[in-house]
Design a protein around this ligand. Sequence first.
Ligand code: PSU
Ligand code: MN
Length: 302
Amino acid sequence: MLPLDVAPEVAAALAVGAPVVALESTLVAHGLPYPDNLEVARELEATVRAGGATPATIAVVAGRVRIGLPADALATLAADGARFAKAGAADLAVHLARGGDAATTVSATAVLARRAGIRVFATGGIGGVHRGDSGDVSHDLLALARTPIAVVSAGAKAILDLPRTLEQLEALGVLVVGHRTDELPAFYTRSSGLRLDHRVDDVATLAAICRARWDGLGQGGVLVCNPIPAAAALDEATIGAAIDAAVADARAEAVSGKRLTPFLLARLARATGGAAVAANRALVRHDAAVAAELAVALAATS
Ligand code: PSU
Ligand code: MN
């Protein structure tokens, strides 16, 4: 039996088919500096609520899966992020068996959200194929392919090799849909130059697509690509140069594996004087708002 603690508010919503949006905890524990991360975590929950859905931040605490974190647990996750392991879907069993604390990545959050009966999940940017020839490919991609959930994100993080990431998504059979865009967004900027096969301009259509994919076809994940709001987008050349420098630093310091993504994000935060953090914050808030809309639309048609 999976040790699953669903917060009362989330359980009540799920029991009546009311809209719920899952939120991940790695973004909080390892993706953003303190105290911005705590502000973001709270902001995301508030944004989901304002959109008429119930937020469920997911993490592993003392070997139990928590679907929906009380305020004090959220504060600990943010202030004490380093104490939480970074868990992908494959790592979960170890933390559960050992009674450990773990922040969940996109792959782990998607799997756990589905186990709890949640269909919509908001995050900033999914993991993907890293640049260079290390062969580092995030498990997020395969987990998304297998898990019938809609993940609303601003594309894949721009620190990645975006053309390769998009090819892998296609090869794995993830349905990638642009929300009011024809292109894969590049996280900090609105466009990557990579065209998407599908674009949707309203959430009612998006909900119908999700239903057809899950209920009709029995297929897996939908990646909803929601570009950063124009006013919050960073200058492409500036952020591009900062990313190149961060990737070069990681190589020089031989940073790889689970540490790589947090290392690159921290470097960008520093190199841009916080502008990368501000952009990350704005884009993930926008994702939470669209995810709430989608959850409401899905609940209305269930
Ligand atoms: N999106 C963000 N910031 C983050 C992440 C996503 O805006 O920190 C996290 C997600 O949890 C994602 C993970 O699953 O980074 C990818 O890590 P890796 O490349 O090690 O698979
Ligand atoms: Mn990796």
